[in-house]
Ligand binder design. Structure first.
Ligand code: FRU
Length: 487
């Protein structure tokens, strides 16, 4: 049987019941998921593909799974779109992107190929195209359309992946992650008039100071509120004031020299300070919003229960804005369509530890506004029962925020806490928390700083409590999210 058919048959036989999955976050129907891919509009619907290994809950030969949505909240599963079934992609259909063209829905991905040469094994990564109608996709006979041979001398052919395509007045462009043979990370740019025949243009950006890891995965380049933004996911970072060890997802601000096609970054910031966020990708929605989605997982810390038959999920799609050179992220506004059971508290005082009538649950959107108060530390504990909880802490005196899942029920000795400086000017005044069974996405001061984290606590742990070492007046708005049957 052909490989794509085999994968789709397997999914049919092994699909996880919806009740076991998060409600509005995209997961694989079974097996393993990593990066979001091909996030794009085609014929009025938004499509999201993802790195998919249906056959087990660990990474394996990469397929592209597929969902579509009309509102970023309710997703319809479609058959997997790509399988590693050609000589040029037999070691995997790695990450990439999508765009609507007059030829159809065009997906561009990295085909990975392994070759024995002189008794040694070499890996080659090249860019390939598949065209489809929003449901089924055909790989081009011309594949791979962008090969390592098109790169200047001294650029890696082995680490050359994750094409992100977009269109401008003079044709199509794509950025691809790459590094030099000396190990310097960089993003390279290609141009095409017809999206099929490509030419190398430039090194769009490179690690200027040698402190941003070894390889910039999943680059993305776009305009946001009049400024150019480069997004990437660097591997192998060393912790500093802005970043944590290992894989980070970052954005660069700076100036773009359009004539030379060179982006000179002046600042690099973390996109998300939680424990689980990587490989994010953006799209422009039909109504002109720049929407970001990330893989809500980190490569190095697996805390999933061993008997769980699905692995990993996406974040909620987030609307991006630029404010004073910084990205603000907010959950897509469409989430509000699914609000139910609202509970509000106005100017209520929190002193010590307390729970509030009606404030509990594992699938909800809650905003806590911190008003006047005499306190130095404020916590929200959630997914809580007598045994378990996960905790968000705002240390006002120390000017830090922290997420701590030590007591979420995990049985692996992997990273459970992350504490970072408050990166907003002034006090934390608003904490918005999106919970969906096994995840929390926490947006500080209208998304100026975000922390995303997974936990696999039994669902009966649904209490929420507040802890204040002094006293603070708060407003609380809580909405449950119910979306009915996922299609
Ligand atoms: C990022 C990444 C990409 C690659 C994909 C493979 O998480 O390593 O660079 O294309 O995952 O699944």
């Amino acid at each position: 049987m052909d490989q794509l058919k085999k994968a789709n048959e397997y999914v049919k036989q092994n699909r996880i019941p919806k009740e076991e999955l998060p409600v509005f976050h995209v997961t694989p129907p079974c097996g393993w998921m990593n990066d979001p891919n091909g996030f794009s509009v085609y014929q009025g619907k938004t499509h999201l593909f993802y790195q998919f290994h249906p056959y087990s809950t660990v990474w394996g030969p990469m397929h592209w799974g597929h969902y579509e949505t009309e509102d970023f909240v309710k997703w319809t599963e479609l058959p997997a779109a790509l399988a590693p079934d050609q000589a040029y992609d037999e070691a995997g259909c790695f990450s990439g992107s999508g765009i609507e063209t007059e030829k159809g829905h065009l997906l561009v991905y990295t085909g990975v190929m392994e070759k024995e040469e002189d008794g040694q094994k070499y890996t080659y990564q090249n860019q390939c195209i598949a065209l489809g109608d929003g449901k089924a996709y055909n790989k081009l006979a011309q594949n791979p359309v962008v090969t390592g041979d098109m790169l200047p001398k001294g650029f890696s052919r082995e680490h050359f992946r994750d094409p992100k395509i977009w269109k401008e007045d003079d044709g199509y462009y794509m950025v691809v992650g790459n590094k030099t043979d000396q190990g310097k990370p960089q993003v390279v740019l290609f141009h095409s008039e017809n999206a099929i025949e490509w030419e190398y243009v430039s090194v769009l950006a490179e690690d200027k100071n040698g402190n941003l890891g070894t390889m910039w995965e999943c680059p993305d380049f776009f305009e946001l509120d009049g400024e150019y933004i480069l997004l990437a996911s660097p591997q192998d970072l060393c912790a500093g004031s802005e970043f944590h060890n290992g894989n980070n997802a970052v954005y660069y601000t700076g100036s773009y020299d359009r004539g030379r096609h060179v982006f000179d970054y002046s600042h690099v910031y973390s996109l998300d300070d939680g424990l689980d966020f990587y490989a994010s990708q953006t799209m422009l929605s039909a109504d002109g919003r720049r929407i970001l989605i990330g893989w809500m997982q980190t490569w190095d810390a697996n805390i999933r229960p061993a008997d769980q038959k699905w692995a990993c999920m996406m974040t909620i799609p987030r609307e991006l804005r630029l404010d004073n050179g910084r990205i603000l992220q907010s959950p897509v506004r469409e989430l509000e369509k699914y609000y139910s059971n609202s509970v509000h508290y106005d100017q209520c005082t929190i002193k010590g530890t307390c729970q509030k009538e009606g404030i509990r649950g594992r699938v909800l959107d809650m905003t806590v506004e911190l008003l006047e108060g005499d306190y130095t530390s404020f916590d929200i504990c959630f997914a809580q029962n007598e045994k378990h909880f996960t905790k968000f802490t705002y240390d006002r005196a120390g000017k830090t925020i922290e997420i701590d899942r030590t007591y979420c029920g995990m049985i692996r000795d992997v990273l459970a806490q992350r504490k970072v400086p408050v990166k907003v000017s002034g006090d934390v005044v608003k904490i918005r928390m999106i919970l969906d069974k096994y995840s929390a996405e926490i947006f500080i001061n209208d998304g100026a700083q975000v922390m995303s984290t997974t936990f696999y606590t039994p669902l009966d742990a649904d209490q929420i409590s507040f802890v204040c070492d002094g006293s603070v007046a708060v407003n609380i708005d809580k909405y449950d999210i119910s979306i009915g049957e996922m299609a």
